[in-house]
Ligand binder design. Structure first.
Ligand code: FES
Length: 282
């Protein structure tokens, strides 16, 4: 009974385009010439996107900065976090790369990983969790080893991204090692429909290439080498350097090219007093 009601509602939505007019398109529910408008999938809290639905436990005491004496941090992770902190006048600016480093080390931003970052950075775990839960490439729940983000934003969508996502999910066959999800525009619309595989952009991906792509990912091989963005001819030589596969983009090189970011800049406009002085002198 409930199903029938839902179907009737869907048919009603489909029957009009919101202005009381019939929409034109393919057959749906047996009605020729009516566009299919599938119900929008929603999360438990009613939104189309995951949100802050893990409420804070207000009965707990506020977490403090972890004690270095009782919080062991792997030496290589500590060194990487400290290297990121050294790049910024305010070391909290290194929160995102530090969490990304912990994610690479632990597989996700687990409570233990966040504790370790907090210990090195002298911050509370709560501060870092507020960062980790805001940025959706920082995982706050365990995920598969390989991240496959299929872009389903407008350019990719127009080129068949929904079918591509469905094909990738089908080819993966529920493999828990693969973290597959749709993603908003990944900024490579010119190779639509595209996907990011452990930070490596591939596209345009044809449906008959999906089986090969998934098999390569499972085997730990480079995904569709001929379709990688990094292998395309570009005017800027540095842009064409392929990045190593990571769960969060490439690792920063020891020596980043270019001048260091200025901490404080002089205003190019002379102060009023100086300008008046110069005028008076002429
Ligand atoms: S819409 Fe897919 S990369 Fe921009």
């Amino acid at each position: 009974m409930k199903r029938k009601k839902a179907g009737t509602r869907a048919a009603d939505q489909v029957g009009t385009n919101g202005r009381g007019k019939k929409a034109r398109g393919t057959a749906f529910d047996g009605h020729e010439g009516v566009s299919p408008i599938p119900p929008v999938p929603r999360f438990g809290h009613g939104s189309r996107v995951p949100g802050w639905d893990d409420a804070a436990d207000l009965r707990k005491d506020p977490a403090v900065v972890p004690d270095a004496a009782t919080t062991p941090v792997p030496a290589d992770l500590r060194a990487e976090i400290e290297a990121h902190m050294a790049k910024y006048p305010d070391h909290r600016s290194a929160s995102i790369p530090a969490l990304a480093a912990a994610q690479r080390h632990h597989g996700w931003c687990s409570p233990e990983a966040v504790e370790q970052v907090a210990c090195v950075m002298g911050l509370t775990p709560g501060y870092l969790f507020s960062v980790a839960t805001f940025y959706d490439m920082l995982e706050t729940h365990p995920v598969g080893r390989h991240s496959i983000f299929v872009c389903t934003n407008i350019s990719c969508s127009l080129c068949g991204a929904d079918d591509l996502l469905a094909a990738v999910l089908e080819a993966a066959d529920g493999d828990p090692d693969l973290n597959i999800r749709s993603f908003e525009c990944l900024g490579a619309c010119d190779i639509a429909p595209m996907a990011s595989v452990d930070g490596v952009y591939v596209g345009p991906v044809a449906l008959d290439e999906v089986g090969t792509l998934v098999a390569q990912i499972k085997a730990g091989e480079p995904p569709l080498p001929a379709k990688q963005l990094g292998h395309r001819a570009v005017a800027e030589p540095l842009a064409a350097i392929p990045k190593g596969p990571t769960t969060y983009g490439g690792q920063m090189p020891e020596e980043a090219p270019g001048p260091p970011a200025p901490v404080e800049q002089q205003s190019p406009i002379p102060l009023q007093d100086e300008g008046q002085g110069e005028e008076g002198a002429t």
